[in-house]
Design a protein around this ligand. Structure first.
Ligand SMILES: C[S@@+](CC[C@H](N)C(=O)[O-])C[C@H]1O[C@@H](n2cnc3c(N)ncnc32)[C@H](O)[C@@H]1O
Length: 252
């Protein structure tokens, strides 16, 4: 469990996201394209489904990237703070939240290994697609547990058992950590970090996160109901083991 991926890995993450998330148009595409829009909203709704009264709560969105998850969370929480250690990502996220007229969310540069936030400073922590990018996932989870007054961390991690994600992990160096990420890994980590209860559900078979020109074409929007119906069916079968994401809710 006490995995340390090395300082070069951390540098690689920072440099990758400084350049990858330096594009406001890419962020806007993610909330405008019908498939992507569905994915971004649905995955957050699944992560929050066991949380009551979120509209009165504060939320830290760690590893917020271009601010897409921060924006979606702002629809559910009273106040959201997005934090990411990539300055390029935070620059884009600031412009993105402004473009989306979001008034109850802000974003800051910060590192999960040294958050600089007081104990219990937010109600709940959220992350999506983040833990496998950290240099020391256990320490990251312990730090996040401390800043949540409810001792609660919710969100979604990549499932390394998914053929699509596994291929991605083999092709892209900064995604290598996802090869370790699976249901057992996530659950063991959460228990080691001091969480007492963890629920994990699988979600998504379609490669939403990838910008595949043909499949990602806007004109395919009318196919969305068919795709979501197939996904809803698949997560009820043993094939859920191969879904792209593990949606989790961990509490103390
Ligand atoms: C795959 S992106 C996910 C972005 C966003 N949560 C989403 O789902 O759209 C992972 C993000 O984690 C950030 N990250 C990685 N290690 C971090 C660390 N130690 N502290 C803060 N952010 C970190 C990266 O800069 C990157 O923006």
């Amino acid at each position: 469990m006490n995995q340390h991926r090395g300082d070069e890995f951390k540098q690689l993450q920072r440099e990758t996201y400084d350049s990858l998330y330096n594009d406001l148009d890419f962020a806007l595409y993610k909330v405008q394209h019908p498939f992507r829009q569905y994915f971004e909203h649905h995955i957050v709704s699944l992560a929050l489904k066991g949380l009551e009264g979120s509209e009165r709560m504060t939320c830290l969105d760690i590893g917020c990237g271009q601010g897409i998850t921060t924006y979606v969370l702002s629809k559910h929480f009273n106040r959201v703070v997005g934090v990411d250690f990539s300055r390029g990502a935070i620059r884009t996220a600031t412009a993105f939240l402004e473009a989306m007229d979001v008034e109850n969310a802000t974003v800051l540069v910060g590192d999960v290994d040294n958050l600089g936030l007081a104990r219990d400073s937010v109600d709940v922590v959220h992350f999506k697609d983040f833990l496998h990018h950290t240099v020391e996932p256990l320490r990251a989870l312990e730090n996040l547990r401390e800043v949540s007054s409810q001792g609660r961390v919710v969100g979604a991690e990549v499932n390394g058992r998914s053929p699509i994600m596994s291929l991605f992990g083999r092709l892209a160096k900064h995604e290598r950590g996802l090869l370790d990420s699976n249901r057992q890994w996530l659950s063991d980590l959460a228990l080691a970090a001091g969480f007492k209860e963890i629920t994990i559900d699988e979600f998504s078979f379609y490669p939403y996160p990838m910008r595949i020109p043909i499949i990602g074409d806007r004109r395919l929007g009318p196919l969305l109901p068919a795709i979501t119906a197939v996904e809803t069916f698949l997560v009820k079968t043993p094939l859920r083991r191969y879904a792209n994401y593990l949606v989790f809710d961990a509490s103390c």
